[in-house]
Write a protein that binds this ligand. Sequence first.
Ligand SMILES: [Zn+2]
Length: 282
Amino acid sequence: MRWQGGRRGGGVEDRRGMGGGAVAGGGIGVLVLAAIGYFVFGIDPNTTQQVASQLGGVGQAEQQGRMGTPEDQAGQFVDVIGTNINDVWKAKLNGYTPPTTVIYEQGTTTGCGYGQSAMGPFYCPTDHRVYLDLGFWGEMEKLGGSSADFAKAYVLAHEYGHHVQTLTGASQQVQRAQQQAGSKAEGNRYSVALELQADCYAGVWARNASAASGGQVALEPGDLEAGMKTAQAIGDDALQRRGGGRVSPESFTHGSSAQRVEWLQRGYQTGDPAACDTFAQL
Ligand SMILES: [Zn+2]
């Protein structure tokens, strides 16, 4: 994927090196956040908990204040891609306002409770922030996804998709519907529709990335396949199989591998958010 030299809008808050791992009462916050787990990118908290504990601590202090330095490629990447995603949505959605992307390590306070890297990237609708621990990109690869830049950008675009859903009111509608749902399985179906729509929105971004940036941010051959591979790897059935458990569709919250690939592809092929009506099938 081409992105170096792309415009940097600066909507990134760098909390790396702030050592959020030792905040008192974090355990309670984690539970709160887990309760709204459908904002998490695609990983069951139990799955990531295991992966994260294998990762261990990241050298913290040394990364402090690196944002904006030439060697901080990851920080620049998040800035350029986030700016590009915003540019696409400004053109697609009337009244679009950008979220802030927070890069953190291990743990941090959020408007939705205490966030931990073990939860994977997530969007908090209360404070309009996307929370991203860059270590997740390594985890994605371990789960069988791709480490290509486009696969990382897909993760980011999916979270921005949840921001769009908060602006359109889709997230709030789903929350209300879930509160009224007669069963857990019914509530999960709403969650799946919301997540697949975020995947579709990621595809919409990918299709319009180049046009919105004058070609500075653009997909290259093989990129879409890398995105598909990642979508495949983080489908609920793939994760359940990987966790050694039985595949139970009624417990899906993000959709199967096939569904995630299908909706990412649909967004990309159409480039139109109107084609992302995942709720029509409910
Ligand atoms: Zn999501």
